[in-house]
Design a binder for this molecule. Structure first.
Ligand SMILES: C[S@@+](CC[C@H](N)C(=O)[O-])C[C@H]1O[C@@H](n2cnc3c(N)ncnc32)[C@H](O)[C@@H]1O
Length: 289
């Protein structure tokens, strides 16, 4: 089961009281359940997730809360969802807990991890058409290299993209995580021990591209301030520097938001020990003025 990250800190910043709250990334409901407990039957929680399997678990877990409404949706569709619920403005607060859920990596068939052999997929929303297979086999070399460099911060990006394109031209489509991982390993110097597996950065980059993770955050940050009531809070947990940079800049540049976290809040050593996935988490919070 996915362990929620920075749970107490997120709840403290959201400052839950009566009102309308939105969890944009419900996942399996770890943060949502605590928001609902704090609401204590008052107000309402709207929860969204683009991953139907995660949402199914959340539905079961949160079924006793009658003030909880869950939707299989991209958070970019929040405006439409609120409109359908006749909600003009978010009076409580919004939570985003970005990145992937442990569920994505635990389900070996979904192709998120280079540690297991699976078809190249990596879709958070399995109803979307773009998969990792398309990216690896259809994108041209320069686009692949840019993605691997920009989203993975991988210094061997050009070499990796070149070998991917050579292999697919020679042997046909690259179909599995193992095939991709083997290609990446060949682009690294031999006989050196690496701190992280050589495929880590490229897999991150392909996942970000398949799920349009950075574009989504950018677009969301453009419209969310206008949906918040005065005093309502937006709390975001991110997991890598590319996400954090976008959030930091959007918060700083939004004239209607007051930044509550001068520096990002990070997990305690105790939390990291109990949940190593938390080690790269950063929380930033703002309030609508
Ligand atoms: C880190 S998990 C959230 C975990 C959750 N807070 C919990 O405690 O169980 C991130 C979730 O965000 C979802 N997600 C990512 N991008 C999304 C988007 N654009 N719209 C909706 N959900 C998204 C993923 O499917 C994933 O379930």
């Amino acid at each position: 089961m996915h362990k929620p990250v920075l749970l107490k800190e997120a709840l403290d910043f959201l400052n839950v009281r009566d009102g309308i709250y939105v969890d944009c990334t419900v996942g399996t409901g770890g943060h949502s359940i605590e928001i609902l407990k704090a609401l204590n039957g008052k107000g309402m929680l709207i929860g969204l997730d683009r991953d139907e399997s995660a949402l199914e678990i959340a539905r079961e877990r949160l079924k006793e809360y009658k003030n909880c409404y869950l939707f299989h949706s991209n958070y970019l569709d929040l405006k439409t969802i609120l409109k359908k619920q006749n909600i003009n403005s978010i009076t409580g607060g919004v939570l985003m807990d970005l990145g992937s859920s442990s569920l994505h990596f635990d389900d070996l068939s979904r192709g998120f991890s280079f540690k297991n052999n699976a078809p190249l997929d990596m879709r958070m929303d399995r109803s979307q058409t773009l998969t990792a297979f398309e990216v690896i086999n259809k994108y041209k070399e320069s686009t692949l290299a840019d993605i691997i460099y920009n989203y993975g911060e991988e210094r061997h990006s050009r070499k990796i993209a070149r070998l991917i394109v050579e292999k697919r031209a020679k042997n046909g489509p690259i179909k599995t995580t193992n095939e991709l991982s083997d290609i990446i390993i060949k682009c690294y110097p031999k006989g050196i021990r690496f701190k992280i597996h050589p495929a880590t950065r490229t897999f991150q980059a392909i996942r970000i591209e398949v799920n349009k993770e950075l574009e989504n955050i950018n677009e969301f940050m453009c419209f969310i301030p206008e949906l918040l009531s005065t005093g309502s809070r937006l709390t975001v947990i991110s997991f890598h520097s590319l996400e954090d940079r976008i959030i930091k800049n959007c918060f700083k540049n939004a004239s209607t938001l007051k930044v509550l976290t001068k520096k990002p809040v990070t997990p305690s050593e105790e939390e990291i020990l109990y949940n190593p996935r938390a080690r790269s988490a950063k929380l930033r919070a703002t309030e609508r003025i």
